[in-house]
Structure formats: structure tokens, C-alpha cells
Design a protein around this ligand. Structure first.
Ligand code: ATP
Ligand code: MG
Length: 425
């Protein structure tokens, strides 16, 4: 039987953990927890049930299922969004250092079966998924189906954010400025007269700057049609055509849930004096040659406040959870445009934008991973509390039913005694 359904289920176990126990376990020190609990019992400061140290209620670490896609090929950009083994090891180690048991779960088509049997308490999710514009939503949707809490945004947010045009519609609905755009499914479509060159062409549902290169910024209809054709044929999806925003580029990291913490904006500074700089695929591969980062970015107080406000509004508009990164450009008139939202940002140590931002904000890698975990842990506890309440209700109902049945039995006995005293005797 899986540990999920057995008598000492994780739900019941952790709910009874005392504070000291909880903190000590999460820092990986069970011995300290045991000593503290023993002292509290001896001095009468707490009862065994308050501390959850009853015989069957032995505290256990949390089993964290870690879902990811491993990058095995570096040819082309097919697996560009997937994570290299070094990143996976770094995250797994950070989780283990927090005292969790890490269960590795590669997000292959086998995952539904493996996850159903994995008996995990919580999922730490960085899986990009396998195919299609809903691919980032695949693991969260599976967790929702199986009732397993997980870190990060839910399936709806991940699907909408990956479909850039859909995400931009949500932003516009919330009066958040984003470059004017048009979706083209083929190179033959008419360009809207509202659109002003230069334009930039990118696949509608890719990340890591896949499909963005030296021919993506276009000045004429011929160039536009050529770029759309390459994009549609190569990535088998519509092309997103946007007005190119000249100006400085920034990315802003957020951590938390209802009231996310906005980390200091980071500016992407281009080393070469290019006419229209783009943080494209080639630049991201050889970033040291092309860019450097400034975090916190040099901004006036008003600009910084405006950027933080837009980042937070974007996070809320898309209903993000736990972590996100918002990419922006500021034009020469100081207008700030949201280019896109990344609710599943890269976490490669020393490389990914969010990790660099966290570092600049004085956060160690382990702390960044721990902060992403906070929301997942809270949802896990909420779920366990609901399960306990439901169980209590069920127990109360069955007690009531038993009482009713007893009452019914004695009434029947009394009736029989009245009608036929001899039989009753
Ligand atoms: N409308 C635009 N105007 C100016 N530059 C743009 C525009 N859209 C994209 N870019 C440039 O292209 C880069 C990549 O675009 P975008 O962030 O949309 O792609 P992505 O593949 O989702 O990237 P990632 O997921 O790695 O953040 C931007 O960082 C920016 O430099
Ligand atoms: Mg981006």
C-alpha cells in the first residue's frame, strides 16, 4: 500500500509536528528535534500529542518529487528549454540540504504511471513538458489530477504564459503596456495597417529565445514574410509579429504568492554597439561575449518603482504563484513594455537570469530554492488540514449514524415488549 493511504499518512504525521521539530527537520537535524521534544516533555511544557511524538506518529522528512526534463542533446535548439544535469543536481542537492527526501521524476510520457506510484508529498516542478503550447502545463495538470501539491504556477497560468499572444491579451485586459502585435499563421497573411516597422518575428510559444536570431527584426514586408515562413515551418506554430521596441532591456524576478516580493530589476547590457540589439538565441548561448548584467539596474527611483509596479501587476494579471520573471523594455520616452512573463524561469546556477538577480540581492542558491518551496509547502499543509477536517466530519457522521441505529434498535425492542411481553422476556 502506498504511504499516502496508510494509517500513518504524511497528512496526519506533519500536522502534529511541533514548531521545534518542524524547524529542525527542515534544516535536516532530526537529533536536535528529538532532544528538544524530550526536554519539552520532561519539563511539562508540551504533551506528546502536541509535539506529535507518539509511538505511531514518528516525524518523517517530506518526500519531494522533483520533476524536470533533462537536456541530453546540444545539437540545434530542440532541447534548449530543458535543463542540463548540473542544474538538476544543484536543485536536488539544495532540496536535500533542506532535509527533504528527493524523488527524481523525469517528465517523460511515462510520468503519469511513475508519479501515481511515487508516493510523494509535494512536487518541486521545473519540467518544461514534452510538446505543444500546453507543454509547461502538463506536469501541473497531472499533479492536479492526482491531488499532489506542487511548487510554482498552476497549469492555466503556465499554458497562457507560454502562448505569448494569449498572455499579451491578458496583459492588455489589465492595462499593462505590451508591444503591439499580430499573429500570423502563414507568410501570405495581410499585415495589419496598425503595425509599424521595424517589427520582430518570433515563434508564438517558445522560450530561451528559440527561433530568434539575426533575421528576426525586419524593416520591410518581404523580410517579414521570409521570417514568418521560416518560423512557421521550423517550429510548426504561428509566428508572433510585434513592434520592435528600441531601448534598454530589463528582467525582473518575483518570489511569493499573493503579495510577491519584487527583486531588484536587472538590466541586460549589450557589449557591442548594434543598431537593434536583441537578447537572441546565439547571444544567450555565448552570453559572456555579447552581454553583461547590471543588478540592481541603474534607474531613477521613479523608474524603479514603475518597473516594480508593472512586474507585480503582471504577476497578478496572470495569476502567477511562487516565482516568475518578467521581461521588459523601456523606450527612449520612458514607457515600459512587458515583452513576456516566465512563470517557469531557468534556475541554472551562475547562468540563469533569476539566479543572477537573486545573487545580486544577497540570496544564496539554497535560499532561492527554499523560497520557491514556501508556497508549495503551504499548499501541502492546507491540503492536509482539509483532509483531517474531512476525516473528522466523516467520523462524527458515522458516530451519529451508530447512535441512530442504537436508538432505533431499543425503540423496536420496546414496541415488541408492549405488544407481546412474553416474547420480549
Ligand atoms: N517587441 C520586442 N521589441 C524589442 N525586442 C524584443 C521584442 N520581443 C523580443 N525582443 C528581444 O528578444 C528577446 C527574446 O524575446 P522573448 O523574451 O519574447 O523570448 P523567449 O524565447 O520567451 O525568451 P526567454 O524565455 O529566454 O526569456 C528579448 O529578450 C528581447 O531582447
Ligand atoms: Mg524572454
Amino acid at each position: 500500500m502506498s504511504r499516502r493511504g496508510c494509517a500513518a499518512s504524511p497528512a496526519r504525521r506533519s500536522a502534529r509536528w511541533g514548531c521545534a521539530t518542524w524547524r529542525a527537520w527542515t534544516t535536516g537535524n532530526a537529533t536536535i528535534a528529538a532532544v528538544l521534544n524530550a526536554a519539552a516533555l520532561r519539563s511539562g511544557l508540551a504533551t506528546a500529542s502536541q509535539l506529535g511524538v507518539g509511538r505511531q506518529r514518528r516525524a518523517q522528512p517530506i518526500r519531494v518529487g522533483f520533476t524536470y526534463n533533462v537536456k541530453r542533446s546540444h545539437d540545434g535548439d530542440d532541447e534548449a528549454e530543458w535543463d542540463p544535469p548540473e542544474t538538476i543536481i544543484a536543485i536536488a542537492n539544495a532540496l536535500a540540504r533542506q532535509g527533504h527526501i528527493v524523488v527524481h521524476l523525469e517528465a517523460t510520457p511515462d510520468l503519469p504511471r511513475v508519479l501515481a506510484e511515487a508516493d510523494v508529498d509535494l512536487i518541486f516542478n521545473i519540467a518544461e513538458g514534452v510538446e505543444g503550447r500546453n507543454r509547461e502545463a502538463q506536469v501541473p495538470a497531472l499533479c492536479e489530477l492526482l491531488g499532489i501539491p506542487y511548487t510554482g504556477s498552476d497549469s492555466a497560468t503556465l499554458a497562457i504564459a507560454l502562448d505569448k499572444a494569449l498572455g499579451k491579451k491578458v496583459l492588455l485586459q489589465h492595462d499593462i503596456l505590451t508591444p503591439k502585435f499580430q499573429v500570423m499563421e502563414s507568410a501570405r497573411e495581410r499585415l495589419s495597417p496598425d503595425m509599424r516597422f521595424p517589427l520582430i518575428v518570433k515563434p508564438n510559444a517558445e522560450g530561451s529565445s528559440k527561433g530568434i536570431g539575426s533575421t528576426s527584426v525586419v524593416d520591410t514586408e518581404d523580410e517579414l514574410r521570409a521570417a514568418v515562413k521560416v518560423c512557421v515551418e521550423r517550429y510548426r506554430q504561428p509566428a508572433l509579429v510585434e513592434e520592435y521596441i528600441a531601448g534598454r532591456e530589463f528582467t525582473v524576478g518575483l518570489l511569493g504568492d499573493k503579495r510577491p516580493r519584487v527583486l531588484p530589476p536587472m538590466e541586460i547590457k549589450f557589449k557591442k554597439d548594434t543598431k537593434r540589439p536583441v537578447y537572441d538565441f546565439a547571444v544567450k548561448q555565448e552570453w559572456e561575449e555579447h552581454v553583461y548584467y547590471e543588478c540592481p539596474a541603474r534607474l531613477t527611483e521613479a523608474e524603479q518603482k514603475a518597473m516594480e509596479k508593472i512586474a507585480r501587476a503582471t504577476f497578478w494579471a496572470l495569476d502567477c504563484r511562487d516565482v516568475a520573471r518578467v521581461d521588459m523594455r523601456m523606450d527612449p520616452d520612458g514607457r515600459i513594455y512587458v515583452l513576456e512573463v516566465n512563470p517557469l524561469p531557468g534556475l541554472t546556477p551562475g547562468y540563469s537570469d533569476l539566479v543572477l538577480i537573486a545573487q545580486a540581492a544577497g540570496m544564496e542558491y539554497d535560499q532561492l530554492i527554499a523560497e520557491i518551496m514556501v508556497g508549495g509547502l503551504r499548499r501541502m499543509k492546507d491540503k492536509r488540514r482539509e483532509e483531517r477536517e474531512l476525516e473528522r466530519e466523516r467520523e462524527a457522521q458515522s458516530k451519529d449514524l451508530a447512535k441512530l441505529a442504537d436508538k432505533d434498535k431499543s425503540e423496536k425492542k420496546r414496541t415488541v415488549a408492549k405488544l407481546s411481553p412474553a416474547a420480549a422476556a
